[in-house]
Structures are given as C-alpha cells and as structure tokens.
Design a binder for this molecule. Structure first.
Ligand SMILES: [Zn+2]
Length: 132
C-alpha cells in the first residue's frame, strides 16, 4: 500500500530511506518508522487488542536506524489476525509447576528463592567451591 505523503516526497526528489511499498528493494513491503498503513500492526500492537497473527505470513516491515544499526519490526494484517487464546486452568497449573521446578535444587532437595542456574544444575550453596 502506498503512502501519499511519501510518494509526493519521492516525486519531489527527496530521499526517503526505507520506503519501498512494493518490496522491490527489501523483499517485503517496507515503510519508514511511523509511516506504516493503519491496517498493519506489529505483534505487540495486535496483542494490545487481544489479537494474534494466527499463522498468517508477515505482510510488511518497518525499517529504521537506531544507534547506527538497522532495526526491523514485522507487520501483520489486522484483518487476518485471530483472537488471542486464553490459557486453560490446566495450562496455568502446568506453568506454575514448571516455574517451581526451576527453583528446586536436586542436590540438596531444597526450594530456593531464585532459579537454579542452568550452568551449574544446582543451587549456589551446592556448587563446588561455593558461589562465584
Ligand atoms: Zn542445593
């Protein structure tokens, strides 16, 4: 989808970096920061409306520069987005158990107030030589 204001700027010979509505240069339809069409949204924007991409392909991207690096945000078509799923009580219980398991040290059989470092596989008290 074209952006009239940006088309005008290009027609006037102004350089508009990262405006490529057909994807001829960047492979995907590309818009500069803050210039994406309103029917497209990022994952987070969808989520704030209780939507998810729902398996659809990336529709377009936003490109911009930040601290000398090129940053990208992928955009999805809001029309093809699906309602966000809510976790069942069983799923929430499973997540709770998993989080609890991450705090359990199998060496000293104690539940710690922190997650067991995966690098050591046991709590800071059980690491040979003590905590680093
Ligand atoms: Zn331990």
């Amino acid at each position: 989808m074209r952006v009239a204001v940006l088309d005008t700027q290009v027609a006037l010979g102004m350089k508009v970096e990262f405006y490529d509505p057909l994807g001829a240069t960047f492979g995907l339809p590309t818009y500069p920061f803050k210039w994406a069409p309103t029917h497209l949204a990022t994952r987070r924007q969808l989520r704030s409306r209780n939507l998810r991409p729902g398996g659809q392909d990336i529709a377009a991207q936003i490109l911009w520069r930040h601290r000398g690096k090129r940053r990208v945000a992928y955009l999805y078509d809001i029309q093809h987005a699906k309602a966000k799923r809510t976790a069942t009580p069983a799923q929430l219980a499973a997540v709770g158990k998993a989080l609890l398991a991450r705090r359990f040290c199998t060496s000293c059989q104690q539940l710690k107030p922190y997650y067991i470092p995966r690098r050591y596989g046991e709590c800071l008290d059980c690491i040979p030589g003590g905590a680093a």
